[in-house]
Design a protein around this ligand. Structure first.
Ligand SMILES: C[S@@+](CC[C@H](N)C(=O)[O-])C[C@H]1O[C@@H](n2cnc3c(N)ncnc32)[C@H](O)[C@@H]1O
Length: 245
């Protein structure tokens, strides 16, 4: 960390309100607000009230792309960046790309940036998240569709999807309470709750997979280590890349 940042009094103020990763948060606040101390103070106060940093700043950095986010919207997680890498590695030639459960559009934006020749479509059921996705889509060149998984897509894409990426809600019901409090209190259940074993959304998406993918299309999704065995069994014989995160 540069000396100017390491000695930034903002770090101390963040520590005082209970931020464990005060140095990292201070660096991100400075990146966004610069030397606007009034804005920095407002962010520190929001952090003290348990509001996620990204919601307080109104933006998140995901896979090198800046995404607008806000209250009530799933915060893009750095751990999902591996999904973007795995997807691009699986189908660098993809022309039709879908982000299932796009939320604010973070993954769609990263894919549109990394695969500039592809048409990228983001879908989500949550209109509040989609309001952010629409703004991010305008900035990062993808389109947004509201609805239930594949049903949200334009019908003419049936059988034409080269690459689908899905960071699905996958937290088992009994583990919802383990989500860090700042996030749990400020993100909707719809974005995290995956049913008894966390894999209900994956079951739904797999049910219609073959109708939407091209013959050599692939779905790339993320599961927890303890879900891997069940997810492998569910997806046996399917064109699926499972990423553990
Ligand atoms: C884990 S979040 C991922 C959000 C986003 N891809 C990201 O990385 O920030 C899962 C997303 O799936 C969406 N979702 C849940 N059920 C859905 C459904 N039946 N159809 C479409 N999207 C759904 C949620 O609204 C949420 O935005």
């Amino acid at each position: 960390m540069p000396d100017a940042l390491a000695s930034d009094p903002l770090i101390g103020r963040l520590r005082e309100v209970g931020c464990v990763f005060a140095e990292e948060e201070a660096a991100e606040i400075r990146r966004v607000v610069g030397d606007d101390e009034q804005r920095a103070d407002a962010v520190v106060a929001a952090r003290g009230a348990g509001i996620p940093l990204e919601h307080a700043l109104g933006v998140a950095l995901f896979a090198g792309v800046e995404i607008e986010v806000g209250p009530g919207v799933f915060v893009p997680r750095a751990r999902a960046e591996v999904l973007v890498d795995a997807a691009v590695a699986a189908r660098p030639d993809a022309r039709v790309v879908v982000d299932l459960g796009t939320g604010s559009g973070a993954i769609a934006a990263a894919l549109a940036t990394r695969l500039p020749r592809a048409a990228v479509y983001g879908v989500d059921l949550d209109p509040h998240a989609l309001a952010y996705a629409v703004r991010n889509a305008a900035r990062h060149h993808f389109t947004v569709h509201e609805g239930d998984w594949w049903d949200a897509l334009p019908h003419e894409l049936r059988g034409r999807v080269d690459l689908a990426v899905a960071y699905l809600p996958h937290v088992p019901t009994a583990r919802l309470a383990d989500i860090p409090g700042d996030y749990r209190a400020h993100e909707p259940d719809l974005s995290v709750a995956g049913g008894p074993d966390g894999l209900d959304p994956l079951r739904h998406v797999l049910a219609d997979l073959d109708e939407w993918l091209t013959p050599d299309g692939v779905l790339v999704t993320l599961v927890a280590e303890e879900q891997l065995e069940t997810a492998r069994a569910l997806s046996e014989g399917r064109r699926l890349t499972l990423v553990v995160g």
